[in-house]
Design a protein around this ligand. Structure first.
Ligand code: A2P
Length: 268
């Protein structure tokens, strides 16, 4: 006999879609990603984020997450840290295929390539889960059409945290994007707390010039370079200072600039 209690399906507020987990990938003890179903009406631009999470006690328990998938993909993908006592991630890390999740209907965010001056070299500077919005951008053809070269710098503490490393390295051979990418895409990983060929923070690598020497590229100049930042508050602030000192100006949806920044939503 049917019970009188409301099912989670009935109680999802109108500003959220109810979706279901398709697959989960655990990168490390503290980092995972998952894919879920996508409502056909859900639209977003590569680089944007939305509120996602679980229903808890009849209410959405949500945090801001960047979309990792490209806008044209049939499922949605998210990258998350796991925080033992984090209200959301302590539960979210246990999701399995078939489980319900809620997805905010209105994605937002300034980290979209249309907010940048076009052409030149695009530098995507990420730490930790800050790589998430850049994966969506890298999986979308537009970026390769609009910029001459794309450098992806991902800095993490341990080698295992270099999420999507194999995928980024394989992108030039991708069936759909490979031809467009050609030799435009450069991946520059760095690991700060384990042995690795590049062991420094991105701020150090920019200041001492190593990243430019390694890549055979001239030092950052707003005349030909565009930068997107996505990391912790401290990383964003430190990089922003370096960019402002070099004459870069921040863009927004109102006005194009030579750099953009968004906090990596390392949530609890
Ligand atoms: P480090 O190991 O030297 O702290 P986190 O997990 O703390 O967000 O850090 C992710 C990566 O970002 C780490 O490699 C860390 O280096 C680096 N990082 C942390 N703070 C900054 C900063 N202010 N500027 C540049 N990189 C940073």
């Amino acid at each position: 006999t049917p019970t009188t209690s409301t099912s989670p399906v009935d109680s999802v507020p109108p500003n959220y879609y109810l979706e279901h987990v398709e697959s989960v990938h655990h990168w490390t003890d503290s980092l995972f990603s998952f894919r879920c179903t996508r409502n056909a009406a859900f639209r977003f631009e590569a680089g944007q984020f939305t509120m996602i999470g679980l229903m808890a006690n009849g209410k959405p328990l949500v945090r801001a997450y960047s979309l990792v998938n490209a806008p044209w993909e049939e499922s949605l993908e998210f990258l998350s840290i796991k925080v033992e006592n984090g209200p959301l991630t302590s539960r979210l890390q246990h999701i399995a295929p078939g489980d319900p999740v809620v997805i905010g209907k209105r994605p937002v965010g300034t980290l979209v390539i249309g907010n940048l001056e076009q052409g030149g070299t695009l530098w995507l500077l990420a730490t930790g889960t800050g790589l998430a919005p850049f994966m969506s951008i890298l999986r979308t053809p537009d970026v390769y059409e609009r910029f001459d070269r794309i450098v992806v710098s991902h800095t993490v503490r341990t080698v295992a945290e270099l999420a999507y490393r194999d995928e980024i390295l394989a992108l030039p051979k991708n069936e759909l994007l490979g031809e467009l990418i050609g030799d435009k895409l450069i991946y520059y990983p760095a690991v700060t707390r384990e042995p690795f060929p590049v062991n420094d923070r991105i701020t150090t690598l920019i200041t001492n010039g190593r990243i430019f020497r390694d890549l055979g590229l001239p030092a950052l100049d707003p005349v030909r370079d565009r930068v997107m930042l996505c990391g912790s508050e401290a990383m964003n602030a430190d990089c922003q200072k370096l960019l402002e000192e070099r004459g870069f100006t921040e863009g927004s949806s109102g006005e194009r600039g030579t750099y953009l920044l968004e906090k990596a939503f390392v949530t609890k």
